[in-house]
Write a protein that binds this ligand. Structure first.
Ligand code: SF4
Length: 246
């Protein structure tokens, strides 16, 4: 898992559909493999720890892809990204799967790249975050609720957020029909104890697999509860799917 070369699913230009930077154009670098098994996962192919070929967009937005062999070494990765990253892009999003499963490859590659580096992470691998932290500009951290993650990550999330707070960070919590009050309260309390000014996005789940949608009244109820403790709270669904973006 911890190799100097990266196992990549795809690299492409698109619009960020989630979180605080929703609507920004980014180059997305989607890594293979994940340490979690969320019920609502919409990138199931990315959960495979390795794929033989990566799909690389030839020019930004062309949706023409070339197929290249994995794993990809840092200089080669730099070439693919800089070929797509131009003035119209806000940043490069390192996503997955879970990009921190590739912390060794990231720690070699990130210092070479001069643009804004945005990490989309499940927030469960604090030791791996520490290895790349100096080279990351913005962290989009998930808090995974046990009802959909299938296990409890509170300790990992607490340690992760304490480290992530040294950079720009916001937290995303996917809420679903399964979300219960106790786990939601625990998540909000965890964030508030670290810093109640950290922006928090409540993201109503896009129903998938066996994951049920959350009722509109329930969204407002959960927002009410969280707003007692948090100063920067927003409700934003996944938007890229409405506009047909990858
Ligand atoms: S952390 Fe992300 S990639 Fe991994 S299983 Fe959960 S939703 Fe899927």
């Amino acid at each position: 898992m911890m190799s100097a070369d990266a196992n990549i699913i795809e690299i492409f230009s698109s619009i960020q559909g989630e979180g605080k930077y929703v609507g920004c154009r980014q180059v997305f670098v989607r890594f293979a493999g994940c340490n979690a098994t969320c019920k609502y996962c919409d990138t199931m192919t990315s959960r495979k720890s390795s794929v033989t070929k990566a799909q690389i967009e030839e020019s930004p937005g062309s949706r023409r892809f070339m197929s290249v062999d994995n794993p990809i070494e840092p200089l080669q990765l730099l070439g693919y990204i800089t070929n797509l990253y131009d003035h119209k892009h806000h940043s490069v999003s390192f996503t997955g799967g879970e990009p921190l499963c590739h912390s060794t490859a990231l720690s070699l590659f990130l210092p070479m790249f001069r643009g804004i580096k945005y990490l989309e992470t499940n927030g469960t691998l604090p030791d791996e975050l520490e290895k790349v932290l100096p080279h990351i500009d913005i962290i989009s951290m998930d808090i995974k609720l046990p009802s959909v993650a299938g296990k409890n990550y509170w300790e990992e999330h607490r340690n992760f957020l304490r480290i992530a707070k040294q950079r720009e960070v916001f937290v995303k919590i996917v809420i679903s029909g399964e979300t219960n009050d106790a786990e939601f309260d625990t998540a909000i309390q965890l964030i508030a104890e670290i810093d109640n000014n950290i922006p928090v996005i409540l993201q109503p789940v896009t129903p998938i697999n066996s994951c049920k949608s959350v009722a509109p009244e329930r969204v407002l109820f959960l927002h009410d509860k969280a707003s007692v403790q948090l100063n920067d709270l927003r409700v934003i669904p996944q938007t890229h799917k409405y506009i047909g973006q990858m």
